[in-house]
Write a protein that binds this ligand. Structure first.
Ligand SMILES: Nc1ccc2ncsc2c1
Length: 241
């Protein structure tokens, strides 16, 4: 997979050289390219923004600069991602869908956002455009959101994580539940012990205990996820909880 990120703060993305994503690049699983939007400006001040039509505070990012950049970066079949607080909320389902793309291009907005004609222009041109939010809070731009989405997608690329089975039991994974509580050594800490069943070696009981805790935790913290569960995926024990 090729991933391009266009930003006026390209150094913000240097963290992608580390950890999982960094290793993926070294192993050739991920072709990550970070670009400075100002590289496509033509004036001496390298201007990327201007005042909003209709008035209002702040500045809006110019469509002509973004258009020149994206025309160069987008390859046929690429998905264009516009991180924005006014977008659809990014979920694991989006990560799974985006992980199958040949190229993802993240356009990181700053100021009050990117001129709306950019999304419109590329949709009209047949490009799949995703306007995605990572949540309801204030950020200064799209760079941090892009980091979140790139990590969520990159770890799903085949060969990225050592044990693919671990992707199934994670929170928001295939089971559609939050993850059960986990424990490790020492067996006793701060006068707190390990749940007995986890020391029993009885795998069926352990599996049952873990699913019960995942269902309980999800029901308590994320009733919306319970409501979204496929009832067919629940067994009679689940339903009795
Ligand atoms: N302020 C804010 C909140 C969420 C979000 N998601 C992508 S860019 C962004 C910006």
């Amino acid at each position: 997979m090729r991933v391009d990120v266009v930003s006026i703060f390209p150094d913000y993305l240097s963290v992608l050289d580390l950890s999982l994503v960094g290793k993926a690049r070294q192993r050739g699983l991920l072709d990550l390219r970070v670009h400075d939007l100002r590289g496509w400006t033509t004036d001496r001040h390298r201007t990327v923004d201007d005042t909003p039509f209709g008035g209002g505070a702040g500045m809006v990012m110019r469509p002509d600069v973004w258009g020149t950049a994206l025309d160069e970066v987008l390859e046929p079949g690429a998905r264009l991602i516009l991180p924005t607080p006014s977008g659809e909320v990014f979920t694991q389902r989006h990560a799974e869908s985006l992980a199958s793309a040949d190229q993802l291009v993240f356009a990181c907005g700053r100021y009050e956002g990117i001129d709306a004609r950019v999304a419109e222009h590329y949709r009209d041109a047949g490009v799949t455009v995703h306007e995605l939010s990572i949540g309801d809070y204030v950020l200064n731009g799209g760079e941090v959101a892009s980091l979140v989405m790139i990590e969520a997608v990159a770890r799903l690329i085949p060969g990225m994580v050592g044990n693919p089975d671990s992707l199934v039991e994670e929170s928001h994974g295939a089971a559609g539940l939050l993850e059960y509580p986990v424990y490790t050594k020492p067996p006793s800490w701060a006068d707190l012990e390990i749940p007995e069943v986890l020391l029993s070696g009885h795998h069926a009981k352990i599996e049952r205990w873990r699913r019960d805790r995942a269902l309980e935790r999800t029901a308590q913290l994320r009733p919306d996820m319970i409501a979204a569960l496929d009832v067919a995926s629940l067994d009679k024990h689940d339903l009795a909880l």
